[in-house]
Write a protein that binds this ligand. Sequence first.
Ligand SMILES: NC(=O)C1=CN([C@@H]2O[C@H](COP(=O)(O)OP(=O)(O)OC[C@H]3O[C@@H](n4cnc5c(N)ncnc54)[C@H](OP(=O)(O)O)[C@@H]3O)[C@@H](O)[C@H]2O)C=CC1
Ligand SMILES: O=C(O)C1=N[C@H](C(=O)O)C[C@H](O)C1
Length: 238
Amino acid sequence: MRIMLCGYGQMGRMLAGLIEESDDLELAKVIDADNVADLEGDADYSADVIIDFSSPAIFDALAKYVRRTGTALVSGTTGYEDQGEAIKALGEYAPVIYTENYSVGINVMAQAVALLGKLLSPSFDVEISETHHRYKKDAPSGTAQLLLRAVGGDADLTYGRSPNDGPRQPGQVGMHSLRGGTVPGEHTVAFFGEDEVVEITHRAFSRRIFALGALTAARSLVGHTPGTYTFAQLLEDN
Ligand SMILES: NC(=O)C1=CN([C@@H]2O[C@H](COP(=O)(O)OP(=O)(O)OC[C@H]3O[C@@H](n4cnc5c(N)ncnc54)[C@H](OP(=O)(O)O)[C@@H]3O)[C@@H](O)[C@H]2O)C=CC1
Ligand SMILES: O=C(O)C1=N[C@H](C(=O)O)C[C@H](O)C1
């Protein structure tokens, strides 16, 4: 399977290493900030799939390429205003998957959190916290927003605490971001009740889980007709 990588940062380089080590994968092209123009004109790198871990800034050029060539797209880039909705719309032209997190653990945690939200709301207050490495550009993380959707939170009611905020308002969901060191990604959803707390945490010990998840999605996506697929659907193929 021929893979075009968009973004050659921490994720892009890890994916390139895994492609190099594998027998069935081949690197067709690398697009980075300095050669985005390579996507334009009549360029076609005969890739079976594009894997994108870059920046929302690439979206227009990438979308044009997908519409023109119909190449399957696995996208994990976060920081989009609309959390990937525009990427998902490319499903009209190619098989597409967008998720803010390609780990199996977060996929299952989102389902667990949805159940806890249903069982514990509205009497329990919900707070979401995430910790990432010092280089991460966006906050809150895409995964924190995925978990907020899962727990049934309303984005208009999210807040971060500051000194004069006063008491916590009913129905609000706290979103808290910590940045430092080399943490690949930690997410906690806490449900605070009267004299009790339920917490569920996912810790990534390496970016490898995201890269392997993206490759699993890519292998599965390539056999599909145009459309938008979820990570859960593609995992079922394995
Ligand atoms: N869904 C998931 O499971 C995961 C998602 N992510 C997300 O993936 C993205 C990348 O993460 P990571 O690799 O750690 O970040 P890095 O900052 O290490 O890498 C980003 C790469 O994208 C490049 N880039 C920046 N702007 C553009 C552009 N306009 N066009 C093409 N390339 C561009 C950067 O180039 P340059 O260095 O020259 O600026 C860099 O090579 C982030 O949004 C992150 O949140 C990360 C891990 C897992
Ligand atoms: O930037 C990262 O590193 C990560 N970003 C994703 C996010 O924003 O949720 C996924 C993972 O947590 C790592």
